[in-house]
Design a protein around this ligand. Structure first.
Ligand SMILES: [Zn+2]
Length: 421
């Protein structure tokens, strides 16, 4: 029998060729490529002994029946960004499938069903809105999104219909949380931490919350040759000071990350002292209270910097999302599974969003990160090692056994409660 990690690597290679573009991996929601990927993956699900269905948005759901009533969900997404790597999302589905395949080979049934979900849209490439698949599945879909249009003017409503679903069924198309034991997602780290620590896998502690702010400094424009340095109200100089303040604030907290990714100067000419500067701030942290404190600190410092340079300060919070903590019990079992696999347990927060964040609205979640080369993702250079995939399969296999052990002992205690007076 072929090693399961080798099979996972081969399957990721194969799916990387299922694309809307000839020489790049681009698999948006509702595309012909997505249709084909779902068809191939549903074949693999059946091979692993699963009953397969597709829901209204196009999420592919395989169910490996257990002996009990409850269900544990494993999964990730099959859609990609433009010119993507082979593993973002896809790896999580393939590892989950490999673990079920092993159960099937052994003829083993767990005391709960295992559902493998391949989400149809996480990246939001086509409609500019992320997590469509997991939002529907978690029962949190908002029908207003149906009017969103792709670049060809096709609405989400039309795309859902073309993909075989009923758009009006999406809002109530969630799975429902009855009998769920939780959701566990395997995903490439998309960062350099595990590689630096020379570890194949890591246990996720939380998915970072995020604040996005537009920051402005308004000074006074003037002639670059005639206005003396003394007394200038240069908005870009204020912005520059603020950017360094952002950096030092984030560096002072080991878990914070903050980025100024956009900056513009007005009027924007080589020979004009900038009268206005506008910049973006992206601030992330696993704890909401800390993120809010850092955000308030930066707002205050921005104001002080503006005053000290004779500028006005604008501060507009555009978007805030809360951090999603993982379930302590599931996460502890995942950590134990890592340890039982003979690996050191390293815990880290996720800086990027994942389907698990949406699934947290439905059930308890846990996540396992797999090392990826140089932390590169959303890029064809995305790369992982077969041996790390092997480690991930072993960890998830052990995780399933540990959850099963808990269920068996839990049920025993329920039974004994019934018989005791
Ligand atoms: Zn992903």
């Amino acid at each position: 029998m072929k090693d399961t990690a080798t099979t996972v690597m081969e399957r990721c290679d194969l799916l990387a060729n299922i694309s809307e573009e000839p020489n790049a991996l681009t698999r948006p929601y509702g595309s012909q490529a997505m249709r084909e990927a779902n068809k191939i993956v549903s074949g693999w699900m059946r091979e692993a002994g699963m009953a397969v269905k597709q829901d209204e948005i196009g999420n592919l759901i395989g169910c490996y029946e257990g002996t009990g009533e409850k269900t544990l969900i494993l999964g990730s997404h099959l859609d990609t960004v433009r010119n993507a790597g082979k593993y973002d999302g896809i790896l999580g589905v393939m590892v989950a499938l490999a673990c079920v395949q092993q159960l099937h080979y052994r003829g083993e049934r767990l005391p709960f069903s295992v559902e493998v979900v391949a989400f149809a849209d996480e990246e939001g490439l086509r409609f500019g809105t992320t997590f469509l698949g997991s939002t529907v599945y978690a029962g949190a879909f908002d029908s207003e999104r149906l009017n969103l249009e792709d670049k060809n003017g096709v609405t989400l409503r039309e795309a859902v219909r073309a993909f075989g679903g009923d758009p009006d069924a999406l809002e109530n198309g969630g799975r429902g949380n009855g009998g769920l034991l939780g959701y566990c997602e395997v995903h490439i780290e998309q960062g350099p931490v595990l590689e630096e620590l020379d570890l194949p896998v890591g246990v996720v502690t939380a998915i970072n919350g995020q604040s996005r702010v537009r920051v402005g400094f308004v000074g006074k424009a003037g002639h670059a040759g005639t206005v003396p340095m003394e007394g200038r109200r240069d908005a870009v100089c204020a912005a520059a000071e603020f950017v360094l303040e952002v950096e030092s604030t984030a560096k002072a907290d080991p878990e914070a990350v903050a980025t100024v990714g956009e900056i513009s100067a007005l009027p924007g000419a080589v020979n004009v002292v900038p009268g206005e500067a506008e910049l973006s701030l992206d601030l992330r942290h696993p704890e909401d209270a800390v993120r809010e404190r850092l955000r308030n600190h930066l707002e205050q410092r921005g104001g002080e910097i503006a005053v000290s340079r004779g500028c006005k300060h604008r501060w507009q919070v555009r978007q805030e999302t809360s951090a999603v903590p993982v379930d302590p019990e599931l996460s502890a079992l995942l950590g134990k599974a890592v340890e039982d696999s003979g690996l050191p347990v390293h815990r880290l927060a996720s800086g990027a969003g994942h389907d698990a964040a949406q699934m947290a609205a439905l059930t308890n979640v846990a996540m396992l990160f797999v090392r990826c080369k140089e932390g590169i993702s959303h890029n064809p250079a995305e790369s992982i090692k077969g041996e790390d995939v092997r480690a991930a399969i072993e960890v998830i296999g052990r995780f399933l056994s540990l959850v099963a052990e808990g269920e068996r002992s839990g049920r025993r205690s329920e039974v004994s409660r019934e018989v005791s007076p």
